[in-house]
Design a protein around this ligand. Structure first.
Ligand SMILES: C[S@@+](CC[C@H](N)C(=O)[O-])C[C@H]1O[C@@H](n2cnc3c(N)ncnc32)[C@H](O)[C@@H]1O
Length: 266
């Protein structure tokens, strides 16, 4: 087994065999999308590429463990992932600020995050950790009247939780980074590389608990490892670009220490 809480400078496909089967609680896979001309983003067929990853990850995950796979809207079209993992949600990460210059069709302004679980039952889904504010309108309605809501065709009392509501599967509340974002580590990481910490944080909080092991096979500039360190999760990061590994390690050093003192989960 690999030493945890490190980012390996390597090709992910050369590292997978060194990760024990059934040892990982959560995988955040933000790898190639197959849409840009960047060398790291080139694949002959993104769906087949993703199917191969899903197959490999299904062996590495614990029963009930989760995989979040990032991509474009067609990233898992026409492939049979059901042999390996159960698709629970397709989250739309809506990016209203994306330049929309298409002239012959509607410009794509969202990414997909496919949420898979190994087996029928997820072992962790911490809804309370990721609740978002209720709509003001609903709060108002609750105060003024007991309005019925409709569930399965039946009328029920409106359920209002003051801790907030489930974020749903269209996320427009987390903005893409811009060149002005304080957390941006390098202009080279803007657009295709660095994800907002808030986005990764929601996934890590929802699908893992303290001391769990999180695998980030395409770690870029280390957003997921940084979030894991801050939230007390163990991680294995892999990234083949040496400059990105250096930037990620600098971020990790900033993110605080102490997690390495915890017992190794494997
Ligand atoms: C979308 S970026 C990930 C960004 C990351 N989530 C972050 O916030 O910094 C994808 C990364 O995968 C890396 N990559 C692509 N193919 C790889 C491979 N086979 N092994 C390791 N890293 C790879 C690229 O160099 C790139 O940095």
């Amino acid at each position: 087994m690999l030493t945890v809480d490190q980012i390996y400078h390597a090709d992910a496909f050369e590292i997978f065999s060194r990760i024990d089967d059934g040892s990982v609680d959560l995988i955040i896979c933000d790898g190639p999308y197959g849409v840009t001309t960047n060398e790291w983003d080139r694949t002959n067929n993104i769906q087949e590429f993703n199917l191969n990853l899903i197959r490999i990850f299904s062996t590495k995950l614990k029963e009930g463990g989760a995989l979040y796979l990032f991509g474009k809207p067609n990233c898992i079209d026409f492939i049979d992932y059901r042999l390996f993992l159960e698709l629970r949600s397709k989250i739309v990460w809506f990016q209203p600020s994306r330049l929309a210059q298409g002239r012959t069709r509607y410009t794509n302004n969202y990414d997909i995050i496919c949420y898979f679980v190994k087996g029928k039952k997820s072992k962790t889904f911490n809804l309370d950790a990721i609740r978002v504010p209720q709509l003001v309108e609903l709060e108002h309605r609750l105060r003024c009247e007991r309005v019925p809501s409709v569930t399965n065709g039946k009328f029920n009392k409106t359920k209002f939780n003051d801790k907030g509501k489930n974020p749903g599967d269209v996320w427009g509340d987390i903005k893409q980074l811009t060149y002005k974002s304080a957390e941006l580590v390098s202009r080279d990481a803007l657009n295709t590389i660095q994800k907002p910490e808030k986005l990764i944080e929601r996934l890590v909080k929802a699908s893992s608990v303290e001391n769990d092991l999180v695998l980030d096979p395409f770690a870029g500039v280390g957003t997921c490892p940084v979030v894991c360190r801050r939230l007390g999760r163990h991680f294995i990061g892999i990234e083949k670009d040496k400059n990105f590994v250096e930037l990620a390690n600098a971020r990790l050093a900033e993110a605080g220490r102490g997690v390495s003192e915890r017992p190794n989960p494997v």
